[in-house]
Design a protein around this ligand. Structure first.
Ligand code: AMP
Length: 483
């Protein structure tokens, strides 16, 4: 893209702030969205995470706000505290040189302090929908001069309980306000809300056929369920990530995962979504400083995090669907940087990755760990270790002759998986079912009870080492419904 920020007629203060941050050329989403936002169009912008979408809406908004007015002129909605605070950082960096005041209105923080600060008449605010609605209802936040409302991570905003607050906020504003949705995915729910609340929105889609950055290499390592943590540990020593996220699907095992990683000498911590604020800030601070190498998180906890220089994303549990996969891997390979993502899956889960390959138009290449390296299955069998170093070599060479998840999982018992561990006993029932060679029996009532007891024991075991606030919370949780 040959455009420059000058072509958008941005104020000199903005151009200077961009230059100071070393941002010289607009990203694709910025090149397309900035002119539309400047024209006052409603907009649905679909772009991958880490593509520079915050500035795609902030620059044109800041460019036209009037610092002389003591009115709230723009509102940005964000689904999480972290994303909200990141956006506030950008608002301040680029808004202050223009004399614009920004404020965060995030749920969980003291509302009295926010009300106090609102007396300074911010020109723009960023906040979570619940808190913003609360302040509107308390008549502390006046919406009648708001010209622009942005929903960042809009798919998330309308999929949560926040959707009703979002609608009420839209209702409270002027009819002719500008509405902007920025989202990695456009879900049917988001489309419905757009149809209802937007006027002839412009659409910007950045490479919808490839929603993950092309600088990310996707790999899968297949192992037994019980070996996953060990594989993660070995991956850590093989790839030596400077900074990596480890995704899990449930909160309960997080403490155990961290405990085992630490025991293996790996500086790791868990990022709990609903941990007390200071705790999250402390963990994120240590991770940013490089004191923690692995950060174990759920999708909710990691949503919208913009941490620079995450080199690797590991999936200890496979992403629940392609959208989550996009969000997870979007934490690395940001703004043209290289990134590596490795899914650690049991054989019976390999089909999930095949679905991602189809849906996202990517290749997730199967790899095996041997001799402390991540190798293509063929290379491991030959035992050659032909690729030097821990990092798998990317590019056409690596692709040639390599197996994707789809190729290998068609084979009943892949040599790659066998090469990874010493020979073991008979295949577990789970694998039999995945092969289609045995049906799962319907659980009887007695089996159900035994399962519940087993679950309880599991939970106790997993809770070992969890922070106190989390243990207390989990002991109040009911058992999951029976399958
Ligand atoms: P975002 O997608 O908004 O979370 O932005 C990801 C990161 O890219 C942020 O740290 C931005 O400061 C940075 N960034 C935004 N736009 C550009 C650009 N045009 N060139 C380089 N970096 C950028």
């Amino acid at each position: 893209m040959t455009t420059s920020f000058e072509t958008f007629e941005l104020r000199p203060e903005l151009l200077q702030a961009l230059a100071e941050k070393g941002i010289t050329a607009p990203s694709d989403i910025q090149a397309q969205a900035i002119p539309l936002v400047s024209q006052g169009r409603d907009l649905i912008a679909q772009s991958q995470t880490g593509s520079g979408k915050t500035l795609a809406y902030l620059l044109p908004i800041l460019n036209r706000l009037n610092p002389a007015l003591k009115e709230l002129q723009a509102v940005v909605l964000a689904p999480t505290r972290e994303l909200g605070m990141q956006i506030l950082g950008e608002m301040e960096r680029y808004g202050e040189p223009l004399g614009l005041r920004s404020q965060a209105l995030i749920g969980g923080a003291a509302i009295s302090r926010q009300i106090e600060k609102l007396r300074l008449h911010p020109h723009l605010v960023v906040g979570t929908p619940g808190r913003i609605m609360e302040l509107i209802q308390a008549r502390k936040l006046k919406m009648h001069e708001v010209r622009t409302i942005v929903a960042d991570e809009a798919d998330q905003l309308v999929s949560l309980s926040t959707v009703e607050d979002v609608k009420r906020i839209l209702k409270s504003a002027l009819r002719d306000r500008q509405l902007l949705f920025f989202s990695a995915t456009v879900t049917p729910e988001l489309q419905r809300i757009a149809d209802r609340w937007m006027r002839e929105p412009a659409l910007v889609e950045i490479r919808p056929e490839q929603r993950t950055a092309s600088t990310i290499e996707h790999y899968a390592v297949v192992c037994e369920e019980r070996d996953k943590l060990d594989v993660l540990r070995r991956l850590y020593y093989a790839l030596k990530p400077a900074s990596a996220l480890v995704f899990v699907n449930e909160i309960e095992p997080m403490a155990e995962v961290v405990g085992k990683l630490e025991f293996g000498g790996i500086p790791a911590a868990a990022l709990y979504g609903d941990a007390p604020k200071q705790e999250r800030t402390k963990v994120l601070g240590r991770f940013r400083e490089g004191k923690l190498k692995l950060l174990v998180a759920t999708d909710v906890a990691a949503r919208g995090l913009d941490i620079e220089n995450i080199t690797h994303v590991f999936h200890l549990d496979p992403a629940p669907d392609a959208d989550h996969y996009v969000h997870r891997v979007g934490r690395t390979g940001r703004m043209g940087k290289q990134g590596v993502t490795v899914s650690i899956v049991a054989e019976r889960e390999a089909f999930i990755l095949r679905k991602f390959e189809e849906q996202l138009g990517i290749r997730i290449e199967r790899r095996t760990l041997a001799e402390g390296k991540l190798l293509a299955p063929g290379a491991a069998r030959r035992g050659a270790g032909t690729r030097a170093g821990g990092r798998p070599s990317p590019g056409p060479d690596a692709r040639r002759g390599n197996t994707t998840v789809a190729d290998v999982s068609a084979t009943p018992k892949p040599a790659a998986a066998a090469a990874e561990r010493p020979p073991q006993g008979p295949a577990p029932a789970a694998r039999k079912r995945a092969d289609g060679s045995g049906a799962a029996a319907a659980p009887s009532a007695a089996a159900g009870k035994a399962k519940a007891r087993e679950r309880e024991r599991e939970r106790d075991k997993k809770n070992k080492g969890a922070p106190k606030w989390l243990k207390a919370k989990q002991s109040q949780r009911p058992d999951p419904p029976q399958a």
